[in-house]
Structure formats: structure tokens, C-alpha cells
Design a protein around this ligand. Structure first.
Ligand SMILES: *Cc1c(COP(=O)(O)O)cnc(C)c1O
Length: 357
């Protein structure tokens, strides 16, 4: 038997979550975002479950090439575009689509001797202030693309800063308005919505939606659970208790003794730590499932282990199954307790993690 920690990827959950996207945005094409190794779920594994998507999006050239070589014929979009002119040859060879968000990229495009016409997503900065042309730069950028022999289809794109915030309405509407203003009368396909906007802003669905986190069964919102959104967790990280300690009042547990018992208590030691991708900063009280029952973490997370207060799960002992997150223990809840978001926990899964399907 090997070390008991593993991440179980539920392919049917991914398929189900894609159908939830379709239900919300029935008139849009779906670009499944599989950046960061499909948010830690494994690129080809996730793509297979999401094969009915109309396109895939990521930022990593090697991932895009692997996906094309695996036989996927859909649109494959590079969300940050290319970083050097030499990548344009790859983009052509593998029929990739590319975001153009900066004048440097326009310059590289015009210096390139094109072999085919590319599908380009022209990115507008409508208020996120991360990537994209400003509204003032936009007309010239669009003209440059239209005049370029390297460019075929042009899709206009933007990204929301606050679609996941319960108070984000005004901000989203302002971005939407700016986008619609420049898009008006151009007769070009449009793409705006991430998961949060798919779920909360149907007016932003347009031609292509770009779901990420919801495909993996986590909620983009802090005020709505994945369960309420009918999303199924695609990743369940489980392990087992490998030792039990009995503490007397005053005894500390783990590094730094940051937790001390104030009464006699049993502590379960779990094979799972920050070198597996569990957040080291998860504080005492972070929830975890033991034998299917909720318990809490205590003490400092070690590289390979963490500690559980077994009060209330008296029958638990060595060998008891533990769920760190996934089915029965929402990753959103663990993330919130650890002061982060599900995105970070999912994509920080460590390379040494055993993956099962
Ligand atoms: C990551 C990303 C998405 C997906 O966002 P989620 O919040 O995971 O749905 C969509 N669009 C762009 C440009 C992204 O970088």
C-alpha cells in the first residue's frame, strides 16, 4: 500500500458542470478555460471530460500544443497571446487562436510573414486595468488587425474585475457599457463572461463565454455555495489517519506548539501537508471530514502531515478516511477558512499528489 493521500478527479462532475454552463448561456459558445493544468485537474483528463466544449482557453503554449496533438479540433485560445515573434510560427502550425492585448503584439504580428490567417481575440481594457487596449487605442488596433494579412476572424473580448462581488453590479455595468459602446456596429463576435458573469450577468453572455472555476465545481461567489449553484466538485482530496496521539492538558501538538490542549484529547495525524498542496496557513478550526463527519484541524500544518481534533469523532482511529476537500467538504469552505479562494487550492495541488479517476 502506498501513502494514502490522493486526488480523485470525477469526470462526470466536469461534464455535469459544463451542462450547467450551457443551461445558463444556451445561446453562447463555450470556451472551457483549462489554464494551470485545468486548475490542477490535469489538462488532458479535464479536456476529455469537457470535449463537448466549443473551445478551450489557456495561457501555456506547451499545453495548447499538447491539446492540439491529442486531436482536439476546437478553437484553442492563448489568453495572454504570444510573448515573442517566434511563437507565431507555433500558433500557425497548431492552428491556435491568440489574444492580442498590447501594441508590442501588433508590431510582432506585422513583422511576421504569415502562412495562414489567425483567429484573433482583440482584448479591450474596459476597467480591469490588467490587459487590453484602452478605448482610445482600440480603433487603431482594430484597423491594424483588419489590415493585417496574418489575421482572419476577429473577436472582441474583455474581462470583468468585479463580477464575483455581491456589490459589483455598478462596476460590471460600467465595463459592459464601455465594451458595448466600442463594439456597437462592428458586427464582430464578442466574449466577456467568466464563471461569475455567466451565473450573474446574462446580458454579458454574448457569443463566447469563458467558464473556469465553475467547471471544476467551485463557486466564484463568497455568498453562494457551489451546491446552491448545482455545481458538483470535480476534485476530492482524501487521505487517512496514520497515527493517533493522546494529549494531556497543557500538551502542545506539532511545530511551534501553536496549539495546546486545555483538556485530555485525542489527535489524529493525517498523511497530508503543504507539500501535497494543503495550505500551510490554514488556521485551527479549518474544517475537514473524518469518517464522513466534520472535524477541525489544529496545530501548524507540516510539510507532510496535519493534525485533527478527534473530539466528537470518537470512533476514528488509525486508518480512518479523511477528506481534505471535495465531495462532502466544499473546497470553497476550506479556502475561506485558510484566507484564500478555491482557485488557489485547486491549482496548487502538488506534483507528488497521486491522481485517480
Ligand atoms: C481565468 C480566466 C477565465 C476564467 O475565470 P473563472 O473565474 O475561473 O471562470 C476567463 N477569462 C479569462 C481571460 C481568464 O484569464
Amino acid at each position: 500500500m502506498s501513502r494514502p493521500i490522493q486526488a480523485l478527479i470525477d469526470l462526470s462532475a466536469l461534464e455535469h458542470n459544463l451542462s450547467v454552463v450551457r443551461r445558463h448561456a444556451p445561446h453562447s459558445r463555450v470556451m472551457a478555460v483549462i489554464k494551470a493544468d485545468a486548475y490542477g485537474h490535469g489538462l488532458l483528463r479535464a479536456a476529455e471530460a469537457l470535449r463537448r466544449a466549443d473551445g478551450f482557453a489557456m495561457l501555456e503554449m506547451d499545453a495548447a500544443v499538447r491539446l492540439r496533438e491529442a486531436g482536439y479540433r476546437q478553437t484553442i485560445l492563448l489568453l495572454e497571446g504570444f510573448f515573442g515573434i517566434e511563437e507565431l510560427a507555433w500558433i500557425e502550425q497548431y492552428h491556435l487562436s491568440t489574444v492580442i492585448h498590447h501594441r508590442e503584439q501588433l508590431a510582432m504580428l506585422s513583422a511576421h510573414r504569415p502562412g495562414v490567417r489567425l483567429h484573433v481575440f482583440l482584448k479591450l481594457n474596459t476597467g480591469m486595468n490588467r490587459l487590453g487596449f484602452t478605448l482610445e487605442q482600440f480603433p487603431a488596433a482594430l484597423e491594424a488587425l483588419k489590415a493585417s494579412p496574418a489575421v482572419g476572424q476577429i473577436t472582441l473580448m474583455t474581462h470583468f474585475a468585479c463580477a464575483d462581488e455581491s456589490s459589483g453590479n455598478e462596476n460590471v455595468n460600467a465595463q459592459l457599457q464601455r465594451f458595448n459602446l466600442v463594439a456597437a456596429g462592428r458586427n464582430l463576435p464578442l466574449s466577456l463572461a467568466n464563471s461569475a458573469a455567466i451565473l450573474r450577468y446574462p446580458e454579458a453572455h454574448a457569443d463566447w463565454v469563458r467558464p473556469g472555476i465553475m467547471l471544476y465545481g467551485a463557486s466564484p461567489f463568497s455568498d453562494r455555495t457551489a451546491d446552491e449553484l448545482d455545481l458538483y466538485p470535480a476534485m476530492t482530496v482524501s487521505s487517512r489517519i496514520i497515527a493517533v496521539q493522546t494529549l494531556n492538558p497543557g500538551d502542545g501538538v506539532g511545530y511551534g506548539h501553536i496549539f495546546r490542549a486545555d483538556r485530555p484529547m485525542r489527535v489524529g495525524i493525517v498523511a497530508g501537508g503543504y507539500a501535497d498542496g494543503y495550505p500551510r496557513h490554514a488556521p485551527a478550526g479549518t474544517p475537514i471530514l473524518v469518517d464522513g463527519r466534520r472535524a477541525r484541524i489544529i496545530g501548524r500544518i507540516s510539510m507532510d502531515m496535519l493534525h485533527i481534533d478527534l473530539s466528537g469523532v470518537e470512533n476514528a482511529g488509525v486508518g480512518s478516511p479523511v477528506t481534505l476537500w471535495g465531495k462532502g467538504m466544499p473546497v470553497d469552505e476550506v479556502a475561506r477558512a485558510a484566507g484564500t479562494v478555491s482557485y488557489e487550492l485547486l491549482c496548487a495541488l502538488a506534483p507528488r499528489m497521486r491522481i485517480a479517476t
